[in-house]
Design a protein around this ligand. Sequence first.
Ligand SMILES: Nc1ncnc2c1ncn2[C@@H]1O[C@H](COP(=O)(O)OP(=O)(O)OP(=O)(O)O)[C@@H](O)[C@H]1O
Ligand SMILES: [Mg+2]
Length: 399
Amino acid sequence: MDTNHTTQDFQQLKEGADQYIKRRNLRLLANHRKELRNFTRAEASTYLGIDAKTLDKYVASTEIDPRRHEDSQWSIDIEEMYQVRALLPESLRKEIKFERSSKQTAQVIVIQNQKGGVGKTVSAATIASGLATEFHQEYRVGLIDMDGQATLSMYYAPEAAQEGCLSVGDLMMRNFDLDEGETYEQAVSEAFLPTTIPNLRILPASQTDRAIEGWFHEQVFSQQLPSPYSILSTIIDTVKDEFDIIIIDTPPSLGYATYNAYYAATSVVFPLSITENDIDATCSYFSYIPQVWALLKNADHAGYDFMKILLTNHKDSSTTTELMNSLYDHFAPYLYSKEFKNSEAIRQSSSLLSTVFDMSKSEYPKSKSTFQTAQQNSYEVTSQIQRDILSVWREQEQA
Ligand SMILES: Nc1ncnc2c1ncn2[C@@H]1O[C@H](COP(=O)(O)OP(=O)(O)OP(=O)(O)O)[C@@H](O)[C@H]1O
Ligand SMILES: [Mg+2]
């Protein structure tokens, strides 16, 4: 035993890991350059809720040539779809574009469970992309990746690390210099990167964001941070006029990163996959959670607008039904009625770092009907959250 040896061992682990991650990211970038979701003529007319002839008429009034593709199939991508939708008169739109009033505040939803692997990241990505694409109100949606594992960032900002973009950790630890003439507000706004969905932006995490917990401990220990939970909230305040809804993915732990996400949030969604182990772990988390809230309340959190449990990875079986029955016995008012179903299409699209809302049916390598079923289920799951958000906005408007 000697400390020099151990230091060297850890340094070697670090170097091996850094090289591995660098190669893996390069490979991912090379293989998975994400295409924009595209729509066939039939899909486009269903999406917009207009007949094919009306669709042709509005497409013809743009510069878009849907038959430019080599195989001469009719196809437009999601950016073009938004251009066509912008031309529709109100009478033809499925929904009128949402304009948030001064009484309505941006809704910030934290997705959290201290238990790992319960579907936090897949739920955050699916809900955010669903809210952006499946509702014709065109909500301006933001995603924040508070997990230093940076999985969510690989979905929507895979090139961020290579291109030296600021991460949420850089913003929180003030790990950046402003360019000449640049304001802090501009730097924060630009850190929310565009994605393959026009009304969805992401504030990514980077691998170095793992340093965040150590940084907080140092700052708190040296009494340089009187209010250690409110840093993310202050960052969000800077951009709150650019978003209607912000979804925060969190790590499976209860460190400063998670407390900051809880503190910044106006509502909470707890994903919970329906296995005995995950339910046990989540129950022991819930029995501790009043202590988490006591700290947040003490730091002047105003309380949450809604708090829901989203059952994930649901497989139809008698064991699952039994487990669901006992969950309803104890948590009925908090459970969303639609579960996020276990699906091969969700598993496959998440391994392609996509959700069922940012890839096209044609990109899905397997049975198209499996994809469609998963898309329908994800739409139902997202709709429940949209309904909760709308009811908050309705109350704020009436207050
Ligand atoms: N509805 C689903 N159908 C099929 N697979 C799913 C579904 N939801 C999640 N998964 C799979 O479960 C795994 C864990 O999901 P995810 O990464 O979202 O969990 P997490 O809670 O974010 O994990 P961590 O705690 O490590 O951050 C992933 O491999 C994902 O593909
Ligand atoms: Mg995760």
